[in-house]
Design a protein around this ligand. Structure first.
Ligand SMILES: *Cc1c(COP(=O)(O)O)cnc(C)c1O
Length: 239
């Protein structure tokens, strides 16, 4: 193995142990939690190494970087997640490679994604991104809809041709009542998920938890954790 492959293998092993321990502590089976490796700012060669190490889910947050990376890895069997704030003018490109867009947070984005998915003859999974620090009716600074906006968006996704409503995503808030309280934030997301599932039983994905707080997410019941730094290293630039 190259040095980089060895480094990634060791980091993955550590993250895998963290997830397994968190599952055991929560009385959950390891296969209830899917690891998504966030490869943003890292090259396609890392994605290829990760695939060789058994990773099957990767995430990106900027279309400019993600589109060429996904194209360079098109021969690999990978599920691509888009987790960044998404402008409608990027939607056509994103739908070309993303299997799941985790950052759906406004009606205009739902209609743009739907139109692009239909045009590309794709079914794109959609998670509603929830901003637990946003005021009623507002959106979060880092994207996401306030909890009271979930129902309307979910109904729109469920009706939109080309889209499949898969569940909810959040990033632990840095401000507001949940600042520094990741566990409470993720438990709130799980409550919102059970309300959503009352109307949309198949929308059972709950994407929460990153390198620093994946244990809290697993403990609260997340089905997907999104881990970047702990696998790939500290990013060379903000992203
Ligand atoms: C970058 C990013 C992650 C991963 O964060 P790390 O702290 O590097 O694990 C997870 N989710 C989203 C939405 C991100 O943008």
């Amino acid at each position: 193995m190259t040095d980089r492959a060895t480094e990634l293998a060791e980091n993955l092993h550590t993250v895998e142990n963290r997830i397994s321990s968190a599952c055991a502590a929560a009385g959950r089976s390891r296969d209830e939690v899917t690891l998504i490796v966030v490869t943003k700012t890292y090259p396609a060669s890392d994605v290829r190494l990760l695939h060789g190490l058994g990773v099957r889910h990767v995430a990106e947050n900027r279309d400019q970087d993600a589109a060429p990376k996904a194209a360079a890895c098109a021969d690999l069997s990978l599920t691509w997640h888009f987790v960044g704030q998404l402008q409608t003018n990027k939607v056509r490109s994103v739908v070309g490679y993303a299997d799941i867009v985790q950052s759906v947070d406004r009606l205009k984005l739902v209609s743009a994604l739907s139109a692009a998915a239909v045009r590309a003859d794709r079914e794109t999974g959609a998670l509603i991104q929830v901003a637990l620090d946003a005021d009623s009716g507002a959106r979060g600074e880092r994207g996401g809809v306030a909890p009271d906006g979930i129902g309307e968006l979910a109904a729109a996704v469920a009706e939109a041709p080309g889209l499949r409503l898969d569940g909810l995503m959040t990033v632990a808030p840095l401000a507001g009542p949940y600042a520094g309280r990741q566990r409470a934030a993720f438990e709130r997301l799980l409550e919102l998920s059970s309300l959503l599932r009352a109307d949309h039983p198949a929308a059972n994905m709950v994407s929460a938890g990153m390198s620093a707080d994946l244990e809290a997410a697993v403990s609260a019941g997340a089905t997907h954790v999104r881990v970047g730094t702990a696998v790939l290293g500290v990013r060379p630039r903000l992203g």
